[in-house]
Design a protein around this ligand. Structure first.
Ligand code: ADP
Length: 456
Protein backbone atom coordinates (compact mmCIF):
# COMPACT_ATOMS: atom_id res chain seq x y z
CA UNK A 1 0.00 0.00 0.00
CA UNK A 2 2.90 2.32 0.84
CA UNK A 3 4.25 2.01 -2.69
CA UNK A 4 1.01 3.14 -4.29
CA UNK A 5 0.83 6.69 -5.60
CA UNK A 6 -1.31 9.22 -3.71
CA UNK A 7 -3.70 9.66 -6.65
CA UNK A 8 -4.22 5.90 -6.85
CA UNK A 9 -4.84 5.67 -3.11
CA UNK A 10 -7.37 8.53 -3.18
CA UNK A 11 -9.19 7.04 -6.20
CA UNK A 12 -9.21 3.57 -4.67
CA UNK A 13 -10.53 4.84 -1.36
CA UNK A 14 -13.50 6.76 -2.64
CA UNK A 15 -14.34 4.19 -5.34
CA UNK A 16 -14.57 1.44 -2.73
CA UNK A 17 -16.45 3.79 -0.43
CA UNK A 18 -18.88 4.84 -3.19
CA UNK A 19 -19.51 1.21 -4.21
CA UNK A 20 -20.28 0.18 -0.64
CA UNK A 21 -22.47 3.23 -0.23
CA UNK A 22 -24.45 2.43 -3.39
CA UNK A 23 -24.87 -1.19 -2.31
CA UNK A 24 -26.09 -0.04 1.08
CA UNK A 25 -28.58 2.38 -0.52
CA UNK A 26 -29.89 -0.32 -2.92
CA UNK A 27 -30.23 -2.80 -0.09
CA UNK A 28 -32.07 -0.22 2.01
CA UNK A 29 -34.35 0.69 -0.88
CA UNK A 30 -35.07 -2.94 -1.59
CA UNK A 31 -35.83 -3.92 1.99
CA UNK A 32 -37.94 -0.84 2.72
CA UNK A 33 -39.57 -1.04 -0.72
CA UNK A 34 -40.42 -4.73 -0.53
CA UNK A 35 -42.01 -4.49 2.91
CA UNK A 36 -43.97 -1.51 1.67
CA UNK A 37 -45.09 -3.39 -1.45
CA UNK A 38 -46.03 -6.37 0.66
CA UNK A 39 -48.16 -4.36 3.05
CA UNK A 40 -49.80 -2.56 0.09
CA UNK A 41 -50.58 -5.86 -1.60
CA UNK A 42 -52.07 -7.31 1.62
CA UNK A 43 -54.15 -4.23 2.19
CA UNK A 44 -55.53 -4.32 -1.38
CA UNK A 45 -56.21 -8.04 -1.14
CA UNK A 46 -58.06 -7.68 2.14
CA UNK A 47 -60.18 -4.72 1.00
CA UNK A 48 -61.13 -6.43 -2.30
CA UNK A 49 -62.18 -9.60 -0.41
CA UNK A 50 -64.20 -7.67 2.16
CA UNK A 51 -65.89 -5.42 -0.38
CA UNK A 52 -66.82 -8.46 -2.53
CA UNK A 53 -69.48 -9.35 0.09
CA UNK A 54 -71.35 -6.14 -0.83
CA UNK A 55 -72.13 -7.56 -4.29
CA UNK A 56 -73.22 -11.01 -3.06
CA UNK A 57 -76.95 -11.54 -2.57
CA UNK A 58 -78.97 -14.61 -1.65
CA UNK A 59 -82.61 -14.78 -2.60
CA UNK A 60 -84.99 -17.66 -3.22
CA UNK A 61 -82.24 -20.23 -2.87
CA UNK A 62 -80.00 -18.57 -5.47
CA UNK A 63 -76.59 -17.07 -4.74
CA UNK A 64 -75.83 -14.08 -6.93
CA UNK A 65 -72.06 -13.45 -6.77
CA UNK A 66 -71.77 -10.30 -8.88
CA UNK A 67 -69.08 -9.45 -11.45
CA UNK A 68 -66.04 -9.40 -9.17
CA UNK A 69 -65.93 -13.20 -9.16
CA UNK A 70 -66.01 -13.50 -12.94
CA UNK A 71 -62.82 -11.77 -13.96
CA UNK A 72 -59.87 -10.79 -11.74
CA UNK A 73 -59.65 -7.06 -11.05
CA UNK A 74 -56.22 -5.50 -10.21
CA UNK A 75 -54.72 -9.01 -10.51
CA UNK A 76 -56.80 -10.31 -7.57
CA UNK A 77 -58.66 -13.58 -8.10
CA UNK A 78 -61.79 -14.11 -6.00
CA UNK A 79 -63.46 -17.44 -5.30
CA UNK A 80 -66.32 -18.39 -2.97
CA UNK A 81 -66.54 -21.56 -0.86
CA UNK A 82 -69.22 -23.10 1.31
CA UNK A 83 -68.60 -23.93 4.92
CA UNK A 84 -67.34 -27.43 3.96
CA UNK A 85 -64.66 -25.90 1.73
CA UNK A 86 -66.32 -26.73 -1.62
CA UNK A 87 -65.70 -24.25 -4.41
CA UNK A 88 -68.96 -22.56 -5.30
CA UNK A 89 -67.93 -19.90 -7.71
CA UNK A 90 -65.03 -17.79 -8.98
CA UNK A 91 -61.60 -18.19 -10.44
CA UNK A 92 -58.33 -19.20 -8.86
CA UNK A 93 -54.86 -19.43 -10.38
CA UNK A 94 -53.96 -22.11 -7.85
CA UNK A 95 -54.18 -25.78 -8.76
CA UNK A 96 -56.16 -28.00 -6.46
CA UNK A 97 -53.01 -29.41 -4.86
CA UNK A 98 -51.65 -25.98 -4.26
CA UNK A 99 -54.70 -24.62 -2.57
CA UNK A 100 -54.54 -24.70 1.20
CA UNK A 101 -57.28 -24.91 3.78
CA UNK A 102 -59.42 -21.90 4.47
CA UNK A 103 -58.30 -19.90 7.51
CA UNK A 104 -60.41 -17.03 8.69
CA UNK A 105 -58.99 -13.48 8.31
CA UNK A 106 -55.43 -14.63 7.77
CA UNK A 107 -52.80 -14.01 5.12
CA UNK A 108 -51.05 -17.04 3.73
CA UNK A 109 -48.12 -17.27 1.36
CA UNK A 110 -47.93 -20.13 -1.12
CA UNK A 111 -45.00 -21.08 -3.25
CA UNK A 112 -44.95 -23.41 -6.18
CA UNK A 113 -41.31 -24.23 -6.63
CA UNK A 114 -41.86 -26.22 -9.85
CA UNK A 115 -43.72 -23.39 -11.55
CA UNK A 116 -41.60 -20.75 -9.84
CA UNK A 117 -44.73 -18.90 -8.73
CA UNK A 118 -45.57 -17.41 -5.40
CA UNK A 119 -48.96 -16.25 -4.13
CA UNK A 120 -50.63 -14.38 -1.32
CA UNK A 121 -53.95 -15.74 -0.04
CA UNK A 122 -56.56 -14.12 2.14
CA UNK A 123 -59.67 -15.89 3.36
CA UNK A 124 -62.73 -14.43 5.03
CA UNK A 125 -66.00 -15.94 6.15
CA UNK A 126 -69.25 -14.07 6.54
CA UNK A 127 -72.72 -15.21 7.49
CA UNK A 128 -75.33 -14.67 4.74
CA UNK A 129 -78.91 -14.30 5.82
CA UNK A 130 -80.80 -17.43 4.75
CA UNK A 131 -77.67 -19.15 3.29
CA UNK A 132 -75.32 -19.53 6.22
CA UNK A 133 -71.49 -19.14 6.23
CA UNK A 134 -69.93 -18.09 2.97
CA UNK A 135 -66.14 -18.05 2.51
CA UNK A 136 -64.41 -15.73 0.08
CA UNK A 137 -60.77 -16.30 -0.86
CA UNK A 138 -58.64 -13.67 -2.55
CA UNK A 139 -55.45 -14.69 -4.36
CA UNK A 140 -52.83 -12.34 -5.74
CA UNK A 141 -49.50 -13.11 -7.33
CA UNK A 142 -46.53 -12.17 -5.20
CA UNK A 143 -44.23 -12.58 -8.13
CA UNK A 144 -46.13 -9.90 -10.02
CA UNK A 145 -46.06 -7.39 -7.15
CA UNK A 146 -42.34 -7.85 -6.64
CA UNK A 147 -41.48 -7.62 -10.30
CA UNK A 148 -41.22 -3.83 -10.48
CA UNK A 149 -38.94 -3.77 -7.47
CA UNK A 150 -36.80 -6.59 -8.79
CA UNK A 151 -36.49 -4.86 -12.15
CA UNK A 152 -35.34 -1.71 -10.41
CA UNK A 153 -32.72 -3.58 -8.40
CA UNK A 154 -31.58 -5.52 -11.47
CA UNK A 155 -31.24 -2.29 -13.43
CA UNK A 156 -29.27 -0.72 -10.58
CA UNK A 157 -26.92 -3.68 -10.48
CA UNK A 158 -26.36 -3.48 -14.23
CA UNK A 159 -25.76 0.28 -14.13
CA UNK A 160 -23.60 0.12 -11.00
CA UNK A 161 -20.35 -1.02 -12.66
CA UNK A 162 -20.68 1.76 -15.28
CA UNK A 163 -21.38 4.29 -12.57
CA UNK A 164 -18.42 3.11 -10.47
CA UNK A 165 -16.20 3.16 -13.56
CA UNK A 166 -17.25 6.74 -14.36
CA UNK A 167 -16.66 7.85 -10.76
CA UNK A 168 -13.28 6.13 -10.58
CA UNK A 169 -12.18 7.39 -14.02
CA UNK A 170 -13.34 10.98 -13.43
CA UNK A 171 -11.90 11.06 -9.93
CA UNK A 172 -8.57 9.67 -11.08
CA UNK A 173 -8.41 12.26 -13.87
CA UNK A 174 -9.14 15.19 -11.51
CA UNK A 175 -6.73 13.93 -8.83
CA UNK A 176 -4.02 13.40 -11.43
CA UNK A 177 -4.49 16.91 -12.79
CA UNK A 178 -4.52 18.44 -9.30
CA UNK A 179 -1.38 16.62 -8.24
CA UNK A 180 0.49 17.00 -11.53
CA UNK A 181 2.36 20.15 -10.32
CA UNK A 182 3.86 18.08 -7.50
CA UNK A 183 5.78 16.12 -10.11
CA UNK A 184 7.03 19.45 -11.49
CA UNK A 185 8.05 20.51 -8.00
CA UNK A 186 9.93 17.27 -7.46
CA UNK A 187 11.75 17.75 -10.79
CA UNK A 188 12.67 21.33 -9.89
CA UNK A 189 13.95 20.30 -6.46
CA UNK A 190 15.98 17.51 -8.09
CA UNK A 191 17.44 19.91 -10.67
CA UNK A 192 18.43 22.30 -7.87
CA UNK A 193 19.99 19.47 -5.87
CA UNK A 194 21.92 18.08 -8.82
CA UNK A 195 22.85 21.29 -10.64
CA UNK A 196 23.24 23.69 -7.66
CA UNK A 197 21.27 26.22 -9.71
CA UNK A 198 19.30 28.29 -7.22
CA UNK A 199 17.65 30.32 -9.98
CA UNK A 200 15.36 27.37 -10.86
CA UNK A 201 11.65 28.01 -10.10
CA UNK A 202 8.42 26.03 -10.45
CA UNK A 203 6.42 28.99 -11.82
CA UNK A 204 3.04 27.30 -11.78
CA UNK A 205 1.09 30.38 -12.84
CA UNK A 206 -2.16 31.72 -11.46
CA UNK A 207 -4.25 29.55 -9.16
CA UNK A 208 -5.66 29.55 -5.66
CA UNK A 209 -5.71 25.84 -4.76
CA UNK A 210 -3.40 24.25 -2.19
CA UNK A 211 -0.90 22.98 -4.75
CA UNK A 212 -0.59 26.43 -6.37
CA UNK A 213 -0.08 27.97 -2.92
CA UNK A 214 2.59 25.39 -2.13
CA UNK A 215 4.35 26.08 -5.45
CA UNK A 216 4.26 29.87 -4.86
CA UNK A 217 5.61 29.42 -1.32
CA UNK A 218 8.34 27.15 -2.67
CA UNK A 219 9.30 29.80 -5.28
CA UNK A 220 9.30 32.54 -2.63
CA UNK A 221 11.47 30.38 -0.38
CA UNK A 222 13.88 29.85 -3.29
CA UNK A 223 13.97 33.64 -3.92
CA UNK A 224 15.00 34.20 -0.31
CA UNK A 225 17.50 31.34 -0.34
CA UNK A 226 19.05 32.63 -3.55
CA UNK A 227 19.39 36.17 -2.15
CA UNK A 228 20.94 34.99 1.11
CA UNK A 229 23.20 32.55 -0.71
CA UNK A 230 24.40 35.31 -3.05
CA UNK A 231 24.86 37.69 -0.10
CA UNK A 232 26.88 35.01 1.61
CA UNK A 233 29.04 34.57 -1.49
CA UNK A 234 29.48 38.32 -1.82
CA UNK A 235 30.33 38.59 1.87
CA UNK A 236 32.97 35.86 1.65
CA UNK A 237 34.55 37.46 -1.40
CA UNK A 238 34.50 40.92 0.27
CA UNK A 239 36.09 39.56 3.44
CA UNK A 240 38.81 37.78 1.45
CA UNK A 241 39.43 40.96 -0.51
CA UNK A 242 39.67 43.13 2.60
CA UNK A 243 42.04 40.71 4.33
CA UNK A 244 44.19 40.12 1.28
CA UNK A 245 45.53 43.70 1.11
CA UNK A 246 46.97 43.88 4.67
CA UNK A 247 48.27 40.31 4.40
CA UNK A 248 50.06 41.18 1.13
CA UNK A 249 51.56 44.30 2.75
CA UNK A 250 52.69 42.33 5.82
CA UNK A 251 54.29 39.62 3.65
CA UNK A 252 56.17 42.07 1.46
CA UNK A 253 57.36 44.04 4.52
CA UNK A 254 58.55 40.81 6.13
CA UNK A 255 60.49 39.90 2.98
CA UNK A 256 62.02 43.37 2.95
CA UNK A 257 62.88 43.18 6.64
CA UNK A 258 64.70 39.86 6.09
CA UNK A 259 67.30 41.54 3.93
CA UNK A 260 70.74 41.46 5.56
CA UNK A 261 71.74 45.00 4.70
CA UNK A 262 68.75 46.52 6.54
CA UNK A 263 69.62 49.12 9.16
CA UNK A 264 67.79 49.56 12.48
CA UNK A 265 65.73 52.53 11.30
CA UNK A 266 64.50 50.72 8.20
CA UNK A 267 63.67 47.67 10.28
CA UNK A 268 61.70 49.85 12.70
CA UNK A 269 59.74 51.40 9.85
CA UNK A 270 58.94 47.90 8.51
CA UNK A 271 57.69 46.84 11.92
CA UNK A 272 55.52 49.98 12.19
CA UNK A 273 53.87 49.16 8.86
CA UNK A 274 53.36 45.52 9.87
CA UNK A 275 51.92 46.65 13.19
CA UNK A 276 49.48 49.07 11.50
CA UNK A 277 48.28 46.41 9.03
CA UNK A 278 47.94 43.81 11.77
CA UNK A 279 45.86 46.28 13.80
CA UNK A 280 43.68 46.94 10.76
CA UNK A 281 43.14 43.19 10.33
CA UNK A 282 42.41 42.71 13.98
CA UNK A 283 39.83 45.55 13.87
CA UNK A 284 38.21 44.06 10.79
CA UNK A 285 38.05 40.60 12.33
CA UNK A 286 36.54 42.03 15.53
CA UNK A 287 33.86 43.82 13.49
CA UNK A 288 33.16 40.71 11.43
CA UNK A 289 32.85 38.64 14.55
CA UNK A 290 30.39 41.10 16.03
CA UNK A 291 28.27 41.16 12.86
CA UNK A 292 28.37 37.36 12.62
CA UNK A 293 27.15 37.13 16.22
CA UNK A 294 24.52 39.71 15.44
CA UNK A 295 23.32 37.61 12.47
CA UNK A 296 23.12 34.46 14.50
CA UNK A 297 21.31 36.34 17.29
CA UNK A 298 24.00 35.26 19.76
CA UNK A 299 25.12 38.76 20.69
CA UNK A 300 24.02 39.53 24.22
CA UNK A 301 23.11 43.16 24.94
CA UNK A 302 24.43 44.44 28.28
CA UNK A 303 21.53 46.79 28.94
CA UNK A 304 21.85 49.37 31.67
CA UNK A 305 20.37 52.75 32.49
CA UNK A 306 22.87 54.95 30.68
CA UNK A 307 23.53 58.69 30.76
CA UNK A 308 23.81 59.07 26.98
CA UNK A 309 24.62 62.79 27.27
CA UNK A 310 27.74 62.05 29.33
CA UNK A 311 28.81 59.25 26.97
CA UNK A 312 28.33 61.46 23.88
CA UNK A 313 30.45 64.20 25.54
CA UNK A 314 33.28 61.73 26.29
CA UNK A 315 33.29 60.26 22.75
CA UNK A 316 33.19 63.74 21.19
CA UNK A 317 36.14 64.81 23.37
CA UNK A 318 38.12 61.73 22.26
CA UNK A 319 37.41 62.35 18.58
CA UNK A 320 38.23 66.05 18.84
CA UNK A 321 41.98 65.43 18.68
CA UNK A 322 41.51 63.39 15.50
CA UNK A 323 39.35 66.18 14.02
CA UNK A 324 41.91 68.82 14.95
CA UNK A 325 44.64 66.84 13.15
CA UNK A 326 42.46 67.18 10.02
CA UNK A 327 41.79 70.86 10.67
CA UNK A 328 38.15 70.15 11.36
CA UNK A 329 36.16 71.76 14.16
CA UNK A 330 33.99 69.39 16.12
CA UNK A 331 31.16 71.11 18.02
CA UNK A 332 28.52 69.53 20.24
CA UNK A 333 24.94 70.40 21.17
CA UNK A 334 24.12 67.91 23.88
CA UNK A 335 20.95 68.11 25.95
CA UNK A 336 22.12 67.20 29.47
CA UNK A 337 21.22 64.02 31.36
CA UNK A 338 19.41 62.06 28.71
CA UNK A 339 18.92 58.65 30.31
CA UNK A 340 18.32 55.58 28.18
CA UNK A 341 18.33 51.80 28.59
CA UNK A 342 21.23 50.77 26.35
CA UNK A 343 24.46 48.84 25.97
CA UNK A 344 27.25 51.32 26.74
CA UNK A 345 29.94 49.72 24.55
CA UNK A 346 27.56 49.58 21.59
CA UNK A 347 26.45 53.17 21.99
CA UNK A 348 30.07 54.23 22.19
CA UNK A 349 30.83 52.34 18.96
CA UNK A 350 27.79 53.89 17.24
CA UNK A 351 28.91 57.43 18.14
CA UNK A 352 32.53 56.71 17.22
CA UNK A 353 31.62 55.25 13.83
CA UNK A 354 29.47 58.26 12.92
CA UNK A 355 32.03 60.80 14.13
CA UNK A 356 35.06 59.05 12.57
CA UNK A 357 33.20 58.91 9.22
CA UNK A 358 32.42 62.64 9.42
CA UNK A 359 36.10 63.33 10.06
CA UNK A 360 37.28 60.93 7.33
CA UNK A 361 34.85 62.28 4.73
CA UNK A 362 34.79 65.85 6.10
CA UNK A 363 36.19 68.97 4.46
CA UNK A 364 39.53 70.34 5.54
CA UNK A 365 38.88 73.41 7.73
CA UNK A 366 35.29 72.26 7.89
CA UNK A 367 32.83 71.75 10.75
CA UNK A 368 31.15 68.80 12.39
CA UNK A 369 28.21 69.07 14.77
CA UNK A 370 27.23 66.28 17.12
CA UNK A 371 23.78 66.95 18.55
CA UNK A 372 21.83 64.93 21.07
CA UNK A 373 18.25 65.73 22.07
CA UNK A 374 15.24 63.93 23.46
CA UNK A 375 11.51 64.41 23.67
CA UNK A 376 8.92 62.30 25.52
CA UNK A 377 9.34 59.27 23.29
CA UNK A 378 12.50 59.54 21.19
CA UNK A 379 16.18 60.23 21.66
CA UNK A 380 17.76 61.71 18.52
CA UNK A 381 21.49 61.54 17.81
CA UNK A 382 22.66 63.40 14.73
CA UNK A 383 26.07 64.02 13.22
CA UNK A 384 26.25 66.75 10.58
CA UNK A 385 29.28 67.57 8.50
CA UNK A 386 30.07 69.85 5.58
CA UNK A 387 32.24 67.28 3.81
CA UNK A 388 32.18 65.55 0.46
CA UNK A 389 28.61 64.23 0.79
CA UNK A 390 27.08 61.22 -0.94
CA UNK A 391 25.23 61.12 -4.27
CA UNK A 392 21.53 60.19 -4.29
CA UNK A 393 22.04 56.84 -6.07
CA UNK A 394 24.64 55.75 -3.52
CA UNK A 395 22.62 56.76 -0.47
CA UNK A 396 20.48 53.61 -0.43
CA UNK A 397 23.54 51.34 -0.52
CA UNK A 398 25.70 52.85 2.22
CA UNK A 399 24.06 50.70 4.92
CA UNK A 400 25.09 47.49 3.15
CA UNK A 401 28.08 45.54 4.36
CA UNK A 402 31.39 46.31 2.63
CA UNK A 403 29.81 49.05 0.56
CA UNK A 404 32.08 51.99 -0.07
CA UNK A 405 30.57 54.80 -2.09
CA UNK A 406 33.87 55.49 -3.74
CA UNK A 407 36.68 53.11 -2.74
CA UNK A 408 39.23 55.53 -4.19
CA UNK A 409 38.24 57.99 -1.45
CA UNK A 410 39.02 55.46 1.28
CA UNK A 411 42.12 56.12 3.24
CA UNK A 412 43.92 54.46 6.08
CA UNK A 413 41.50 56.26 8.40
CA UNK A 414 38.40 54.73 6.89
CA UNK A 415 37.31 51.15 7.45
CA UNK A 416 36.18 48.42 5.11
CA UNK A 417 32.58 49.45 4.65
CA UNK A 418 31.37 47.91 7.92
CA UNK A 419 30.98 51.09 10.01
CA UNK A 420 27.48 52.13 8.89
CA UNK A 421 26.03 48.57 8.82
CA UNK A 422 27.15 48.31 12.43
CA UNK A 423 25.52 51.67 13.29
CA UNK A 424 22.28 50.44 11.74
CA UNK A 425 22.41 47.11 13.55
CA UNK A 426 23.14 48.77 16.93
CA UNK A 427 20.20 51.16 16.41
CA UNK A 428 17.92 48.27 15.47
CA UNK A 429 18.78 46.05 18.43
CA UNK A 430 17.98 49.03 20.65
CA UNK A 431 14.60 49.32 18.91
CA UNK A 432 15.64 52.36 16.87
CA UNK A 433 16.06 53.47 13.26
CA UNK A 434 18.63 55.36 11.19
CA UNK A 435 18.37 57.95 8.43
CA UNK A 436 20.67 60.05 6.28
CA UNK A 437 20.39 63.16 4.16
CA UNK A 438 23.30 64.21 2.02
CA UNK A 439 24.24 66.51 -0.84
CA UNK A 440 27.45 65.93 -2.77
CA UNK A 441 30.09 68.57 -1.99
CA UNK A 442 27.88 70.15 0.65
CA UNK A 443 27.80 67.62 3.44
CA UNK A 444 25.82 64.89 5.17
CA UNK A 445 23.61 64.49 8.20
CA UNK A 446 23.34 61.03 9.81
CA UNK A 447 20.57 60.59 12.40
CA UNK A 448 19.76 57.78 14.81
CA UNK A 449 16.37 57.65 16.55
CA UNK A 450 16.14 55.55 19.70
CA UNK A 451 13.00 54.89 21.73
CA UNK A 452 13.13 56.55 25.13
CA UNK A 453 11.81 53.58 27.02
CA UNK A 454 12.89 52.21 30.35
CA UNK A 455 12.64 48.69 28.91
CA UNK A 456 12.17 47.30 25.41
P1 ADP B 1 33.84 53.00 5.55
O1 ADP B 1 34.66 52.06 6.28
O2 ADP B 1 34.13 52.99 4.07
O3 ADP B 1 33.78 54.34 6.14
P2 ADP B 1 31.10 52.90 6.27
O4 ADP B 1 30.14 51.75 6.33
O5 ADP B 1 31.32 53.62 7.53
O6 ADP B 1 32.38 52.33 5.64
O7 ADP B 1 30.56 53.90 5.18
C1 ADP B 1 30.15 53.42 3.93
C2 ADP B 1 30.35 54.50 2.87
O8 ADP B 1 29.45 55.59 3.13
C3 ADP B 1 31.70 55.08 2.89
O9 ADP B 1 32.56 54.37 2.02
C4 ADP B 1 31.50 56.47 2.38
O10 ADP B 1 31.59 56.51 0.98
C5 ADP B 1 30.08 56.81 2.79
N1 ADP B 1 30.05 57.70 3.97
C6 ADP B 1 29.89 57.35 5.25
N2 ADP B 1 29.87 58.44 6.06
C7 ADP B 1 30.02 59.50 5.25
C8 ADP B 1 30.06 60.90 5.48
N3 ADP B 1 29.98 61.44 6.69
N4 ADP B 1 30.23 61.71 4.39
C9 ADP B 1 30.34 61.21 3.17
N5 ADP B 1 30.28 59.88 2.87
C10 ADP B 1 30.14 59.04 3.92
Amino acid sequence: MKNLSVKFKITLWYTVFMTLLIFAVIWLLFSVGSSRVLSDARFRLQSVVLSSYEEITYAEGILDMGNAFVSPAEGIYLSAYDDAGNLLFGTSPLSYEDASVLIMDEFQQLKNNDAGTSWYLYDYCQYLEGYGNLWVRGVVSQTQTDTALRTLVRLSLILLPFFVLCVAGGGYYITRRALAPLAGMTDTALRITKGNDLSERIRLGEGQDEVHKLAHTFDQMMDKLQVSFENEKQFTSDVSHELRTPVTVILSECEYACREDLNAQEARSCLDIIHAQARKMSGLIAQLLMLARADSGKHQLQLELLNLSELAGIVAEEQKSLAVSENITLDTQIQPDIMIQADETMMMRLLMNLLSNSIAYGRRNGHILLSLSADETTVTISVTDDGIGISADQLEHIWKRFYQADPSRSSSKTGAGLGLPMVKWIAQVHGGTVSVTSTPDEGSCFSVFLPKKENF
